[in-house]
Design a protein around this ligand. Structure first.
Ligand SMILES: [Zn+2]
Length: 394
């Protein structure tokens, strides 16, 4: 969710986590062990009639700590800097496609795969409008308004919990209060603004005294640092230690009959290669709009050019990215078992997803993103796999 202001280049980026061994995408395990399966399991553990696919044990109160960018492979590689989280990791979930904050927060907020909730990427075409919508900043060209309930109409788990008499709260920095994204994915929650780690821990502790409570707390600086200096950098490791200490404190504060879960919206890879999709002759021809982000591109073709764009992207990125048509992405289950008809045209005519350490940049439209060290979005295990940490006082 958080985006850094300015990339720094002081630290040497760590090499990307093992390049995907096979050249097969790690398709999210929707309906089995994905982020979209967590919310209903949490509700079930609180006694609500919902599918408990993750088989979470009953509790009176649950706290979900969402650490932006804490991939399971990244945590495993630096377990010495996060001993608490490493020791308490119970299992691994898949983030969902694309492995990006807006998509994953929406899966956590609705309990639906992306194909159902419609938050199918960072920059998406508004069907029929001829322009892109930024789902993170919630901005349209010309400052036009996008109604969060129109873009994401599904009931949230917070609304569902409230209807069952459960207190729900979201602890995060004040800057996100009332944002379009917050309204789309946290509809119905009590927003408790908190800035420092101390404040966040204290807000959670106070909220967890309710007889039945569902409290979510968010931390964004690990991801922001990863984008700037790369995962594994000194600054990133300092952030990892902060996250580990915060989780330990949240666990220590748990009242009896409660559970703490820690997970992430996605992991990360450090890019060692970039291609400029705005100026590359083969990648720009026939392209009307370039959506998505560097590791998960939605490419919207000019009328009649979809086939030609697909061929050109396949040929140009061969061996470095999975490049498929919209229909192939849907049929392969990248967004879930099905994609609602209303959302189909939000998907690019071509979907291009690097599996090497490649970033497909658009420096004119997104100059800061083009200079990142760390990226996420793709279906490598480094980006898809997120930990599920569990601590309980039941
Ligand atoms: Zn990020």
């Amino acid at each position: 969710m958080s985006e850094p202001q300015k990339p720094q280049k002081s630290q040497k980026p760590q090499k990307s986590p093992k390049a995907q061994k096979s050249q097969e995408p790690s398709i999210p395990r929707y309906g089995d062990a994905s982020l979209a399966d967590l919310p209903h399991s949490l509700l079930a553990s609180l006694g609500v009639d919902a599918p408990n696919r993750l088989q979470l044990a009953p509790a009176d109160r649950v706290c979900l700590f969402v650490v932006d960018g804490l991939g399971a492979e990244l945590l495993r590689a630096h377990a010495d800097r996060a001993p608490f989280l490493a020791a308490a990791t119970a299992s691994t979930l898949t983030a969902g496609f694309p492995a990006t904050t807006v998509t994953s927060l929406c899966s956590l907020g609705t309990g639906m795969p992306p194909g159902e909730h419609g938050m199918l990427g960072l920059m998406l075409a508004v069907p029929g409008a001829g322009h892109l919508f930024n789902c993170l900043r919630w901005t349209l060209p010309g400052g036009a308004f996008m109604d969060p309930a129109e873009w994401q109409p599904a009931e949230t788990v917070f609304q569902r919990a409230a209807a069952a008499g459960i207190y729900t709260a979201y602890v995060a920095p004040a800057e996100f209060r009332g944002s379009g994204l917050t309204e789309a994915v946290y509809r119905g929650v009590s927003y408790l603004a908190a800035e420092s780690v101390d404040e966040r821990v204290e807000r959670v502790r106070a909220a967890m005294v309710e007889p039945r409570a569902h409290v979510t707390v968010y931390y964004g600086d690990l991801d922001a640092m990863g984008h700037m200096t790369g995962w594994g950098s000194k600054e990133w490791l300092d952030q990892l230690e902060i996250v580990d200490r915060m989780a330990e404190r949240l666990a220590a504060d748990l009242p009896p009959g409660s559970a703490l879960y820690v997970t992430a919206d996605h992991g990360m890879v450090n890019a060692t290669e970039r291609v400029n999709a705005e100026t590359h002759p083969a990648l720009s021809q026939g392209v009307a709009m370039l959506g998505g982000e560097a590791r998960a591109r939605h490419v919207y073709a000019e009328p009649g050019a979809a086939g030609q764009v697909l061929d050109a992207w396949r040929e140009s990125l061969g061996g470095k990215a999975w490049v498929v048509s919209r229909q192939e992405a849907i049929d392969s289950g990248w967004f879930g078992p099905r994609v609602r008809q209303e959302w189909v045209e939000r998907i690019g005519d071509v979907v291009a997803v690097p599996h090497s350490a490649l970033a497909i940049t658009a420096p004119a439209a997104h100059p800061i993103e083009a200079l990142f060290t760390g990226y996420h979005g793709s279906m490598t295990t480094a980006e898809q796999h997120v930990p599920l940490v569990e601590v309980s006082t039941r």
